[in-house]
Design a protein around this ligand. Structure first.
Ligand code: FAD
Length: 412
């Protein structure tokens, strides 16, 4: 039997594996751990269709010096990691040219516009529609100055036709009574819905994949075998080899290590993020909230609320620094004064981050039968169904519904 190997069982990998199996291919999904234990375990659960703007945009640059000197700021670079980060950072700089920012905004918007078209089909096909909340996300502002500072974001959304609604004063607390009165303005993004538990979603998709006959193998991929110009098998650390007629590499922040083995470097970094899961928060919420000036997010999840965010550049191997999670909770209490944090757990995950923010979705430029789906950064959950649809088309030899040039692997 000829197999397609999907390497990495995060939200991207399980969704691709399900989609390919559904479309009639025999798929083997390979992960060194159980499905969903990477970044997809603890993300903020948001289908964040309004957050596609590149991180290299001017409004981020202008705040960067202030953020970097503040130990509690939303972006932290560990000094010892700076030399390793330099090549990625130079590409990040390159992605900040105004003309390039416009292109990257358009590339992100094209994906975000498709999100529900693909996600609704995925959730219907897997009978998991109940995992998606109907409520949107509120962006919070303590006063006019904060609101004005976020104007560029709203302007981009207007340009690409995304929905939003401005709320003032008590109209905000009519929607979320637990919010502090200092929140005098808010913007409701009705299409930024959330899932009840992103980890459970991965597990449920993996189960649906298996129910269709899909195979899961536990093992770390350490190499590839080639013959006749294409990759014919995947090699595992324990010595096993898994023959494959095609291979999709979607190992999150680790995909760069695998593409490196194939002589196809991808400038992938990890933007480490943190969450605190609070099981008895003492406040109840229907919408998720973000507070741009304080750079945190709170999402109501199955059995509690989750507080998270932040970007820490320190590589894949450095231990977690949970002070960053605690800062986020401190800030969340400014928005939710009655928030209690007695019954809580902390977590750190590796966002797979490319210097130009847009993911890589497409075939290898060097090897027949290799496909990449990685670098989804802050939007892997958001983009998962769309990525699976596009990779599904490529593997099946069908013309994808959008031009995949902006997402090509050899654009750097
Ligand atoms: C704090 C935080 C909040 C976030 N919030 C959101 C949000 O609200 N909305 C959103 O859309 N996104 C969010 N994200 C981003 C999102 O979580 C990621 O983009 C997404 O999980 C990436 O999925 P993935 O499948 O590519 O990677 P992962 O989930 O990391 O999966 C990669 C898998 O590959 C496996 N692997 C790695 N190397 C190998 C190997 N050599 N052999 C075998 N297996 C291997 C790993 O074990 C892992 O299971 C957030 C991220 C963080 C950290």
């Amino acid at each position: 039997m000829s197999y397609i190997a999907v390497v990495g069982a995060g939200i991207i990998g399980v969704t691709i594996a399900f989609e390919l199996q559904r479309r009639g291919r025999n798929v083997v999904l390979i992960d060194k751990d159980a499905p969903g234990m990477g970044a997809s375990y603890g993300n903020m659960a948001s289908i964040a269709v309004t957050e596609f703007m590149p991180a290299s945009r001017p409004s981020i640059w202008s705040q960067m010096p202030k953020w970097l000197i503040d130990p509690e700021g939303p972006v932290r670079i560990r000094p010892s990691y700076l030399p390793k980060l330099a090549p990625w950072f130079l590409r990040f700089l390159e992605a900040s040219r105004p003309a390039r920012v416009r292109e990257l905004e358009a590339a992100g918007a094209v994906l975000c516009r498709r999100v529900y078209e693909d996600l609704d089909v995925l959730l219907e096909n897997t009978s998991l529609t109940h995992m998606l909340s109907p409520e949107g996300c509120l962006s919070l502002y303590a006063g006019e100055a904060e609101f004005k500072a976020d104007r560029a974001h709203i302007e981009v959304l207007e340009r690409f036709g995304f929905r939003y609604e401005v709320l003032v004063g008590n109209a905000i607390r009519d929607l979320e009574p637990a919010l502090a009165t200092k929140i005098s303005r808010a913007v409701l993004f009705p299409d930024n819905r959330s899932v009840a538990d992103p980890y459970r979603l991965v597990v449920a998709l993996a189960e649906k994949f298996q129910a269709l006959g899909g195979r899961i193998e536990t093992g770390e991929v350490v190499g590839f075998e080639e013959g006749d110009g294409s990759v014919t098998a995947v090699r595992l650390k324990d010595g096993r080899r898994i023959p494959a007629a095609g291979t999709v590499l979607c190992a999150g922040a680790y995909t760069g290590r695998l593409s490196g083995l194939l002589g196809e470097p991808i400038p992938l970094e990890t933007e480490r993020g943190y969450h605190t899961q609070i099981m008895s928060p003492g406040v109840s919420m229907r919408h998720s909230i973000i507070w741009p000036a304080r750079a945190f997010m709170v999402t109501p999840t199955a059995g509690g609320i989750r507080v998270g965010g932040t970007v820490e550049m320190a590589g894949l191997d450095a231990p977690a620094d949970y002070r960053r999670a605690k800062v986020l909770v401190k800030r969340a209490k400014e928005a939710l004064p009655d928030l209690r944090v007695d019954d809580a757990s902390e977590w750190m995950g590796h966002r797979p981050a490319l210097p130009d923010t847009v993911p890589v979705i497409g075939p290898s430029a060097k090897h027949r039968g290799i496909f990449y789906a990685t670098g989804h950064g802050h939007l892997g959950l958001t983009y998962a169904a769309t990525t699976a649809r596009l990779i599904g088309d490529l593997v099946m030899g069908v013309e994808p519904p959008i031009d995949l040039k902006p997402y090509r692997v050899n654009r750097f």
